[in-house]
Design a protein around this ligand. Structure first.
Ligand SMILES: Cc1cc2nc3c(=O)[nH]c(=O)nc-3n(C[C@H](O)[C@H](O)[C@H](O)COP(=O)(O)OP(=O)(O)OC[C@H]3O[C@@H](n4cnc5c(N)ncnc54)[C@H](O)[C@@H]3O)c2cc1C
Length: 374
């Protein structure tokens, strides 16, 4: 079976890796830039199933964490995948009650979650000093990946197993014969395929439109869109934190070269595709100021400021499955968490040709979310 995958982010990389195992399929991965150059390489990349609201989706994400642990074990516990836990605290009401309630609900679901104290927290994160009176939670099973390195490792393994990796190759359109998609037209020529997989992240709608197909994604280009976000990396401050930290006004985790990776919900929400670079730089400085409140005397500078764009389905859930004969799509938010798990399920569906019930809730043609009641 000839399979062309468009997009070398975490989704395309994990899928190429699963499909290229010997004797399974003839796989070609097409990436307009280099693997990991899109959203996956700049993502906050928190591996979690931290929201108990939808028990079925929570269980799906728990399975995704298990999939990451298997991937990390296969690669010999690499530095790019860390399960060092997550610390979160809340100071104001109603956030304090909401955090305590979330911990209780997650525990009821069997998820590792616990309330702790500032003193006990020092065993795990000695540099953290939550303010007096904070409600503090630990989620020891959570982790993070370095998206660029993870994509690089998965693509390299796919290549070693025989996948062809076409970098710097833009998929300009889908080849269509009758109602069937038969491959892609690329900047390096046409590629015929039995199955073409669209894993082009937030740019997927542009590719799919060439075959008259659409996906219910939040419009990344709309003014004020919630799809674009902002992450910032600092210069090295080795050993400051072991895992992720979610504090009021600032989220952070270790970055690959010993720095911190910073983000904040309010500054992220204020970022869209039209936000000028000077404003992004000012927000990066603001993030660093917030980090200095957390770590007085922090000796770090801003190293990288990155606007990155979420492939954001309208209802927040993955969009996975066939769109036309010969055309399959895998587009999702939380794609870092879900990547290897989705890849395993999708590879099974494509190779066996039979739907997997685990993906039934996430078909792209599901009904749109009901509008909010007034
Ligand atoms: C600020 C921010 C924070 C986030 N935090 C988290 C988090 O904590 N945890 C989590 O799990 N997820 C998080 N996400 C979401 C997650 O990063 C994404 O869901 C995931 O990276 C998407 O992966 P992808 O492979 O679909 O897309 P991408 O990584 O964007 O890969 C798609 C690739 O396709 C290529 N491409 C596009 N069009 C074409 C074309 N026509 N031809 C050839 N190549 C093409 C692009 O160059 C790109 O490399 C976050 C996202 C953002 C923006």
């Amino acid at each position: 079976m000839r399979i062309v995958i468009v997009g070398g982010g975490i989704i395309g990389a994990a899928l190429a890796d699963r499909l290229a195992r010997p004797g399974t399929a003839e796989v070609t991965l097409v990436e307009r830039d280099r693997p990991g150059a899109g959203t996956s390489g700049a993502s906050y990349a928190w591996l979690n199933a931290n929201d108990p609201a939808d028990a079925r989706y929570h269980a799906f994400r728990v399975a995704a964490l298990d999939a990451w642990r298997r991937v990390a074990a296969e690669f010999g516990d690499p530095a790019w995948a860390r399960f060092a836990g997550n610390t979160e605290w809340a100071v104001a009401e109603p956030d304090r009650d909401a955090l305590a309630e979330r911990v209780a609900r997650l525990r009821d679901l069997g998820y590792p979650a616990t309330l702790t104290t500032a003193t006990r927290l020092r065993d795990d994160e000695p540099a953290l000093r939550p303010p007096a009176g904070a409600v503090i939670a630990r989620f020891p099973g959570e982790g993070h990946v370095d998206g660029a390195a993870a994509v690089g490792a998965l693509v390299a393994r796919a290549r070693d197993a025989g996948a062809r990796i076409r970098t710097g190759t833009h998929a300009a359109g889908l080849l269509v014969r009758g109602d069937r998609v038969t491959g892609v037209r690329t900047s390096a020529g046409d590629l015929e395929a039995d199955v073409t997989v669209c894993a082009a992240g937030w740019r997927s709608p542009a590719l799919l439109a060439t075959a008259g197909a659409a996906l219910p994604l939040v419009d990344a280009a709309a003014p004020g869109s919630s799809a674009p976000g902002l992450t910032v990396t600092t210069t090295p401050v080795p050993g400051l934190v072991g895992g992720l930290v979610h504090s009021p006004g600032l989220d952070l985790r270790p970055a690959p070269d010993g720095g911190l990776l910073l983000e904040a919900a309010d500054l992220d929400a204020a970022t869209d595709l039209a936000t000028p670079q000077a404003v992004l730089d000012a927000r990066a400085a603001e993030l660093l100021d917030r980090a200095r409140v957390l770590f007085p005397g922090l000796d770090a500078r801003v190293d990288r400021v990155r606007r990155c764009v979420r492939p954001l389905p309208a209802d927040g859930r993955p969009l996975v499955g066939p769109l036309r004969p010969g055309l399959y799509t895998v587009v999702t938010h939380s794609g870092i968490t879900l990547g290897p798990h989705l890849a395993g399920l999708v590879a099974g569906e494509i190779l066996a040709g039979t739907p997997d019930p685990a993906l039934a809730p996430y078909r792209p043609d599901r009904p749109p979310p009901a509008p909010d009641r007034p």
